[in-house]
Design a protein around this ligand. Structure first.
Ligand SMILES: Nc1nc2c(c(=O)[nH]1)N[C@H]1C(S)=C(S)[C@@H](COP(=O)(O)OP(=O)(O)OC[C@H]3O[C@@H](n4cnc5c(N)ncnc54)[C@H](O)[C@@H]3O)O[C@H]1N2
Ligand code: MOO
Length: 414
C-alpha cells in the first residue's frame, strides 16, 4: 500500500527509541545527549580565592591607606595557585597571593599588585580595599548539589566544561549511533578510478556517510557492492549487530536485479512499498531479526538525499536521544522562479536561496529557485551541490509559479 511521506516518517519514528544510556569519559561526550541530570559534586568555586595577583589582607587594617598615605606591612606568606596547606594570616601582616590561590584564614580582601611596590618581605601598599574586594567566594557560581545540566541536554563545549568544573570525569549519555552505509549496484566504481562505458562513480556512500556524520552519528562506510544476492545477504548478516542502523541505497524498485528488495523483503519486520513523493518513491524500512534498524533507500542520488533528510535523519536523532518533531518541520519561503511537480506525489525539490528583494517582500523573506535548471531529476547529483534546502510542494499542486509562497525544509547538513 502507498504511504504518504508523513505516514512513512511517523511509522519509522514509532519504532525508534533512544539508545540505552552508557557511562562515557567526559572527553568523548561532545555532541551526545545527557541521559540524566548532572549535579555539582562541590560548590563552584570550591574555596574562597583571589581574583587578582596581589596581597591578601585584613581590610580593616588598611583603613585610610592611599597613594598619599601608604602603609608598609610584613609579608608573612607567599601563596601560589595550587597551594593546599595555607597558614592563617598573621595579624598586622599580609600574604602575597596569586590569582586562583586560596585565601588564608583571616584575610577578607585583596590589594592588587599594581597598588604596591611588589615587596616579598615587606610591602608598601597604597589602597584601602573594602571587605570582599577581589575575593571569589565559595559557591558564588553554583552550590554543591545544584543541577548543572538537565537530562536531554546536548553536550557542547560549554556544557562539557560545566560538567568538568562540577567534578564529573564521566557522564551518563545516550551513545553516538553507529551507522553502516552500503551502496548497491554493479555499475558502481570507486570515485577517481576510470569508468568503463556503463559504469559510474559511487556517490551515494559518500553522501550518506557525510549526512550520517552531520546528523551526529558515526558512519561506517562499507562502500559499493555489486548486485549479487548471495554476497549482499552475507554482507548484511556480517554487518547487522555490529551497528545500530544500516542504510543501503539502490536495488529497491522493480528491476530484475533489485537485490536489496529481493534479500530483505522476506524479513518479517521490513516494509517495502511506494511513498507518494518525488523523488524517493520506492522505499524500504524496518528492523532485521537482531533488531538492527534498516533503511533501504532508492538508488538515485537526489532520492537518497531527500529520503535521508525526511526519514533517516529524524530516526538517527531520536536514537541519539534528541527530540525530533513528528511532523516534517518547514518554514515559509517564496518561489523566485516557478517549476512543475508531478500530480499525486508530494515533491521535495532541491532549491537554492536567491538574495533579492521583491516589490512587496523585504530581503529577509527567503526566496528560492530550483538548484538545477533541469528542475527535479532524481539523478541530478552534480547540481545538488548548489542546493541550500528542499522545497516541499503538496501532492495536489502540479505547478509552482514565480511569486508563490512555498514551504522550505532546511537540510540538516547546513
Ligand atoms: N519500471 C520502473 N522503473 C523504475 C521505477 C518504477 O516505479 N518502475 N521507479 C524509478 C524510481 S522513482 C527510482 S528512485 C529508481 C529506484 O531504483 P532502485 O532503488 O532500484 O535504484 P537503482 O536502480 O539501483 O539505481 C537507480 C539509479 O541510481 C543510480 N545509482 C545507484 N546507486 C548509486 C550510487 N551509489 N551512486 C551514484 N548513483 C547511483 C543508478 O546507477 C541508477 O541510475 O527506480 C526507477 N525505476
Ligand atoms: O522516486 Mo525516484 O526517487 O523519483 O527518482
Amino acid at each position: 500500500m502507498t504511504r504518504t511521506a508523513a505516514q512513512h516518517r511517523h511509522l519509522i519514528l514509532a519504532d525508534v527509541q533512544p539508545l540505552p544510556p552508557r557511562t562515557l569519559d567526559l572527553a568523548g561526550t561532545g555532541g551526545l545527549v545527557l541521559a540524566e541530570d548532572v549535579t555539582s559534586t562541590t560548590p563552584i568555586p570550591l574555596f574562597d580565592n583571589s581574583a587578582m595577583d596581589g596581597y591578601a589582607v585584613r581590610a580593616a587594617e588598611l583603613a585610610g591607606t592611599s597613594e598619599q598615605r601608604p602603609r608598609t606591612l610584613e609579608v608573612c606568606a607567599d601563596i601560589p595557585a595550587g597551594a593546599t596547606r595555607i597558614a592563617p594570616l598573621v595579624p598586622g601582616a599580609v600574604a602575597r597571593i596569586m590569582t586562583g590561590a586560596p585565601l588564608p584564614e583571616g584575610a577578607d580582601a585583596i590589594v592588587p599588585v599594581e597598588y604596591s611596590d611588589g615587596g616579598t618581605q615587606h610591602v608598601r601598599l597604597t589602597l584601602a580595599p573594602e571587605v570582599g574586594r577581589h575575593v571569589r567566594h565559595t559557591g558564588d557560581d553554583l552550590s554543591a548539589g545544584e543541577v548543572v545540566l538537565t537530562a536531554g541536554t546536548t553536550l557542547g563545549a560549554r556544557q562539557v566544561a560545566a560538567a568538568a568544573a562540577a567534578g564529573h570525569g564521566r557522564l551518563r549519555v545516550h551513545p553516538r549511533p553507529r551507522v553502516a552505509v552500503i551502496s548497491t549496484g554493479s555499475e558502481l566504481i570507486t570515485p577517481g578510478t576510470r569508468p568503463e562505458h556503463g559504469q559510474i562513480p559511487d556517490s551515494n556512500s559518500y553522501l550518506l556517510a557525510e549526512l550520517v556524520r552531520q546528523a551526529g552519528a558515526e558512519p561506517v562506510r562499507i562502500g559499493a557492492v555489486p548486485d549479487d544476492e548471495v554476497a549482499f545477504a552475507r554482507l548484511i548478516a556480517e554487518t547487522s549487530g555490529q551497528v545500530d542502523a544500516i542504510i543501503c541505497s539502490g536495488g529497491v524498485s522493480v528491476g530484475a536485479y533489485d537485490v536489496v528488495k529481493a534479500v530483505l523483503a522476506p524479513e518479517p519486520r521490513m516494509w517495502f512499498g511506494p511513498v507518494a513523493m518525488q523523488p524517493g518513491k520506492p522505499q524500504g524500512s524496518g528492523r532485521l531479526r537482531d533488531d538492527t534498524l534498516m533503511f533501504t533507500l532508492p538508488g538515485n542520488p537526489v532520492s537518497v538525499y531527500v529520503s535521508f533528510e525526511v526519514f533517516v535523519a529524524p530516526a538517527l536523532h531520536r536514537l541519539a536521544g534528541r527530540v525530533v518533531p513528528e511532523e516534517i518541520p518547514v518554514t515559509a519561503a517564496r518561489a523566485w522562479r516557478g517549476w512543475t511537480s508531478p500530480a499525486g506525489r508530494e515533491q521535495f525539490m532541491p532549491v537554492r536561496v536567491v538574495t533579492a528583494a521583491t516589490g512587496t517582500d523585504p530581503v529577509e523573506v527567503v526566496k528560492v529557485q530550483p538548484a538545477s535548471a533541469r528542475g527535479s531529476g532524481s539523478h541530478l547529483v552534480g547540481t545538488l551541490a548548489s542546493a541550500d534546502a528542499l522545497a516541499r510542494v503538496p501532492a495536489d499542486v502540479t505547478e509552482v509559479h514565480a511569486g508563490d509562497m512555498i514551504e522550505l525544509l532546511e537540510g540538516t547538513d547546513r
